[in-house]
Design a protein around this ligand. Structure first.
Ligand code: AMP
Length: 435
């Protein structure tokens, strides 16, 4: 492999990559940067972890006129977290060039963004919804844009942003360079590239380079859904991950699991789209600072996050799509670091595991883990330990507080007891069913 010097980039950028601690370009950087510097449109089939931000960041920095006050590059990303992350990486790259970047995403004050845009920004990195909002308000000038990047295009498609991407691309100057990065190439993305890109050069990072191959993949077959919590708890106790991300299918499952783990003495927090932006930022910051050991996340929230040192990715719920498995597990085993992915699979999901193996070209080995006996199924209880204890604690408190037979509050307590019994007969509460 060549060094960054051989890519023919300016000394400010060479110094920046040195400061960032990169000794040589990754495969996608080595191939994509020279092509992009010649002005070619690029389709990079690469996932997070391949070094693609620097691969499009360097050509952007090379083309920017630092004296201009108007945006010259627009980067579309699927999530707010990724917007912040990409901006942070671009800020590091542009450190010696005084390039101003701005992340724009929903949930943050639009007025602050408008003011920053007014003051002058060279690179705007944002989610399609908020970028469209700025275009419609006339607060984002696009006439000077010379480079457009679609980052994690397949994910933006999954999130329903295809029309927004189309709209934004249609508003950009015709004479521009476009770079599109995507881990997979669904037909809609190909169609978008045919419509808006000019003879794009395809850069396919060989699977060996993709970090998913550097990960040890394991699974545990569980007999039924209610074994999930016990299994994950046993796994975490056995492996004591330095920093783990656990993926759940739903937001409520993320909340409940994080709560259950905290009750078992672990430093766990949930991250999902129902949290306020402030809370999400707080959680992310605590995780990056390693003050949280386990981040329990829904797919949306964790997509594209680049957190160094994630040692374990756990699929509490297996994703339906093999590509999502690749996206999720790409959070660990970052360049030069080894990671572990662990998945829980129900008996009827063994076929899906096989599909994932074929799709990603990996082998998922069975994890040797004794999870012990499951608590007996008790209707109305969640069987994960934490709910039961809570309820018992409440009942115990009730007894001591209400005390003697003639206590006037006893009647009301009995009524609520009858209510709980009725509820119990009706079966488990929906909140636990969704786990
Ligand atoms: P990305 O694919 O852009 O999400 O990058 C994944 C991680 O790789 C980030 O933490 C980057 O800082 C890091 N990275 C990017 N380029 C290199 C490089 N040439 N050498 C080592 N790490 C890199």
């Amino acid at each position: 492999m060549t060094g960054f010097e051989e890519l023919g980039i300016r000394k400010e950028l060479l110094k920046a990559v040195q400061d960032m601690g990169f000794s040589k370009p990754t495969e996608i950087q080595e191939v994509a940067i020279p092509l992009a510097l010649q002005g070619e449109d690029i389709i990079g089939q690469a996932q997070t972890g391949s070094g693609k931000t620097v691969a499009f960041g360097i050509p952007i920095m090379e083309s920017i006129d630092t004296r201009s006050h108007h945006p010259e590059a627009v980067v579309l990303v699927p999530t707010r977290e990724l917007a912040v992350q990409v901006c942070t990486e671009l800020d590091k790259l542009g450190k010696h060039m005084q390039i101003r970047t701005l992340p724009v995403y929903g949930g943050a004050s639009i007025n602050v963004q408008i003011e920053r845009l007014r003051l002058g920004v060279s690179i705007v990195v944002g989610t399609p919804g908020r970028i469209m909002d700025h275009i419609e308000r006339g607060t984002l000038r696009l006439d000077k844009v010379r480079i457009a990047v679609l980052d994690e295009a397949d994910r933006m498609l999954d999130m329903g942003f295809i029309d927004d991407m189309d709209f934004i691309l249609s508003k950009l100057p015709k004479k521009r360079q476009t770079m599109l990065f995507s881990a997979t190439m669904p037909e809609e993305i190909k169609a978008l590239s045919r419509k808006y890109m000019h003879l794009p050069q395809e850069v396919l990072v060989s699977k060996d380079e993709i970090s998913v191959k550097e990960i040890e993949h394991t699974y545990l077959q569980i007999p039924e859904p209610r074994a999930r919590f016990t299994a994950v708890r046993a796994y975490l106790k056995k492996h004591k991950p330095r920093l783990a991300i656990i993926f759940t299918r739903t937001k409520i499952a993320a909340d409940n699991l994080a709560q259950g783990l905290r009750r078992n003495g672990m430093k766990a927090e949930a991250l999902h789209g129902d949290l306020s932006q402030r809370r999400r930022d707080q959680v992310m910051q605590r995780f990056r600072q390693k003050r949280i050991q386990v981040l329990v996340a829904s797919d949306l929230a964790a997509r594209g996050l680049d957190i160094c040192d994630v040692s374990h990715v756990i699929n509490y719920h297996l994703p339906d799509e093999p590509s999502t498995y690749v996206h999720r597990t790409g959070r660990t085993g970052r360049i030069g670091k080894r990671g572990v992915a662990f998945s829980l699979a129900l008996p009827d999901q063994m076929g899906l595991l096989g599909e994932i193996e074929r799709f990603a070209g990996i082998s998922i080995e069975e994890e040797e883990l004794k999870i012990g006996k499951l608590p007996p199924a008790r209707p109305g209880f969640n069987n994960r330990g934490f709910g039961i204890r809570n309820r018992e604690r409440r009942q115990h408190r009730g007894r001591s507080r209400l005390g003697g037979r003639n206590n006037p509050r006893r009647e009301s307590r009995d009524r609520s007891k009858q209510h709980s019994e009725r509820k119990r007969e009706q079966g488990p509460a929906p909140i636990w069913r969704s786990l």
